[in-house]
Design a protein around this ligand. Structure first.
Ligand code: C2O
Ligand code: CU
Ligand code: CU
Length: 460
């Protein structure tokens, strides 16, 4: 592919020796504080920091409650939550709860800016299935840079009515993995300095960070290991595999559990997408299992080394049924809309339906609690540029991809869908009850910042 030349160039000139072997950093789990009024309260502070990815070379970063990335927020289905976000940066930010079903004013998109020194409170009732969600900045024009510098965190929704038998001991057999490709320079640091080709093709890199570390090691103590995978890269699509390990058993997509476990040899995640997988380590005792990640920019990385101990604790059996999902059927009266993602606008501008994002323009208006079919396709001179399509405020279902029903791993709840060049996908959108303005956009952050985004309003 044409867009591989850049990474080849980088790899040739700046090959850095990683120092693998550090233990995987697991972000702290935040349970929040249950107030006497029954609301669970959390606080996160965005601030600047500094981190040595290669020892002795401090890199200026950003993080939530720390130097890089942020704590994992544990939300419980049915509870009311109040998340206080403090901005200690020297610039405006927002915090968006990616994948969460909530009122528009709590969404944390570009319409809810938080100025330097300000605090913003998002309050909503958790009303969705158990899932792995995440949070990140969403300020118009600076999302890519703020995420790149480290602002991102996981958010786990749990629901006690879910199936028994899934590993759920956080940090022991239930591990979040934030995977991010970064472009390090020869001096061992990284900056965000996109040029024109980076905007069209995305800001790829030459190092993969896993929870902020390079080739970290996780020492497994149990037979079943649950990984909550997030592709937190700006524009890199990752193809994950376990070359000498067991198969992945995927149990959940963006918005929650699949109907049944899906065995997979490879798993493709585009920016913003999540997958929960189970690794069955009983055959792996005594040997390292490599989680390999291949970047759409051409590099191949070790994302994680899983080192199973000699005595693996038996932590349950995987249930054969996970969730009962409604059929993704199109109701007769469903409205239809189409969205064309294009790199063909004037001066190579990035558009959806020929328009760039304008905060003062609402592109689509939909009725609360209605169901529609959204058809998304790609066009443009740069036909080798993939995109993905992310919608705020709901989880959709994929009806078909190029006319074919989706494979089982894409048949559950999704909020982000990958489109390879030329792809056409149809999505079943069930809008919620909250009126207000939400975003839809390409989650390749360079594209998003360049205007490949629109607004839809849910009308009462
Ligand atoms: Cu992950 Cu509009 O966001
Ligand atoms: Cu989102
Ligand atoms: Cu795009």
């Amino acid at each position: 592919m044409k867009w591989r030349w850049l990474i080849l160039f980088l790899l040739t000139f700046f090959s850095l020796e990683a120092e693998p072997g550090e233990a995987l950093t697991v972000p702290p789990l935040r349970e929040g504080r249950l107030r006497s009024d029954g609301v669970r309260e959390y606080t996160v502070t965005a601030s600047e920091g500094e981190l040595e990815f290669f020892s002795g070379i401090p890199v200026p970063t950003m993080g939530y409650d720390g130097d890089y990335l942020g704590p994992t927020l544990h939300l419980r289905q049915g509870e009311r939550v109040s998340i206080h976000v403090q901005n200690s940066l020297r610039e405006t930010t927002t915090v968006h709860w990616h994948g969460a079903y909530l009122p528009a004013e709590a969404d944390g998109g570009p319409r809810q800016p938080i100025g330097p020194g300000e605090t913003w409170i998002a309050e909503f009732t958790v009303n969705q299935p158990a899932a792995s969600l995440w949070y990140h900045p969403h300020r118009m024009g600076t999302t890519a840079e703020q995420v790149y510098r480290g602002l991102a965190g996981m958010m786990i929704v749990t629901d006690p009515s879910g199936p028994a038998g899934l590993p759920d001991e956080y940090g022991i057999d239930d591990i979040p993995l934030v995977l991010q490709e970064r472009r390090f320079s020869r001096d061992g640091g990284f900056r965000y300095e996109p040029r024109m080709p980076d905007i069209i093709h995305g800001y790829g890199g030459n190092v993969l960070l896993t929870n902020g570390g390079i080739e970290p090691v996780f020492r497994a103590q149990t037979r079943l290991l649950r990984l909550r995978l997030l592709n937190g890269s700006n524009s890199t699509i990752l193809r994950l595999s376990l070359p000498e390990g067991p198969e992945f058993i995927q149990i959940a997509s963006d918005g929650g559990l699949l109907s049944r476990p899906v065995p997979l040899k490879t798993l493709v995640l585009s920016p913003g997408e999540r997958a929960e997988v189970i690794l069955d380590l009983r055959e792996q005792q005594g040997r390292n299992t490599v989680l390999q990640a291949e970047s759409s920019f051409g590099a191949v990385y070790t994302a994680l080394l899983v080192n199973p101990g000699d005595e693996l604790r038996n932590n349950g059996e995987l249930p054969s049924r996970l969730a009962s999902l409604p059929a993704a059927e199109i109701p007769r009266a469903a409205g239809r809309r189409s969205f064309v993602m294009s790199t063909m606008g004037p001066g190579g501008s990035l558009t959806i339906n020929g328009r760039r994002m304008d905060m003062d323009r609402v592109d689509e208006r939909v009725a609360a609690m209605s169901t529609e079919v959204w058809e998304v396709s790609t066009a443009g001179m740069m036909m080798n540029t993939p995109h993905n399509f992310h919608v705020h405020g709901l989880q959709f279902r994929i009806i078909d991809i190029n006319g074919d029903p989706p494979p089982p791993e894409l048949s559950g709840f999704k909020d982000t869908v990958l489109l390879w060049p030329g792809d056409r996908v149809r999505l079943l959108m069930e809008f919620g009850e909250y009126p207000g303005i939400y975003m839809y956009h390409c989650h390749l952050l360079e594209h998003e910042d360049a205007g490949m985004m629109g607004q839809y309003e849910v009308l009462d």
